[in-house]
Design a protein around this ligand. Sequence first.
Ligand code: IPM
Ligand code: MG
Length: 356
Amino acid sequence: MSLIAVLPGDGIGVEVTREARRVLEVGARRFGFKLSFEEAPVGGAAYEACGEPLPAATLDLARRSAAVLFGAVGGPSWEGLPRQKRPEAALLGLRKGLGVYANLRPAKLYPALAGASTLKPEVVAGLDIMVVRELTGGIYFGEPRGVATRDGEEEAWNTLRYTKSEIIRIARMAFEIARRRRRRLTSVDKANILEVMELWRRTTTEVAREYPDVAFAHMLVDTCAMQLVSNPKQFDVIVTGNMFGDILSDEAAQLTGSIGMLPSASLGGTVGFYEPVHGSAPDIAGQDKANPIAAIASAAMLLRYSLHQEAAAQAVEEAIGAVLGQSVRTADIAQPGCRVVGTREMGERICAALAG
Ligand code: IPM
Ligand code: MG
């Protein structure tokens, strides 16, 4: 029996996580393994319930689970809070607390969605990129950081810092992933300007010697941002630091038609952490409009990486493709001639396709 910690969070996180959980239940039944689920509040919802975005009991549940299924956090009502009380602090606390330093964000175009991208179909058809984002270091966590007023003027500062061992472990993870794919790895940095990124480039070059079977190249982040829209199919695996990975993975997501499609897995700690790349979308929360596919595809990654149920993971991904192939869409990926459905119906249809 594997315990899944379900942390729905705020906004559409609640709706999409409900569908992802149902898919896991159906998958467990079909493939004959047992799951139990325990829910806990996180983000703004937890702040309302107990004054903390990441209550100790929530982190504790995450730590003793086999895997964490996370929804999304944030919303306008909590934006004015001090940084440590804001919903986003819970997400950073969970990533750091679980030690999940490698964030895998696969941007894959489902064939049925080639026309849903804002790019020409021939530019994106067959697109299959894996962004490997360093998740527990870099400027998100670097010290010193702060704000102050000096000589009557306000200033603020953050620190971009990576140790060599942090770079080695994320590079190895990315090379291992590339080995199981098309054996091409691009490391993205800003080595022409930043000392940290010079260390990043030098270190990834050293790690590359352990993987002579993987074609390896460096690319500057501004070039990569451009190449992702001009010629995205040149990429197989991209490895980069925390902030560049945040930005480039949203860009990669949009290539596939909608950020509502992009799942993620955060690995490297004792417990895997699975979340859709999209946020809490307060504007459509509670209206049965959100696309649950990113959350459901995150559940597929949970099956693959934490429960080692590869057949079940593939079956979930096939079920998503099958439903999209029936021209059923949520509003964010709607195309002429397709039937537009809500969050719940999309979830139900994927469950039905999975049940067989
Ligand atoms: C993401 C999000 C988060 C991040 C926010 C919500 C803290 O944008 O997962 O990409 O910046 O990492
Ligand atoms: Mg982001």
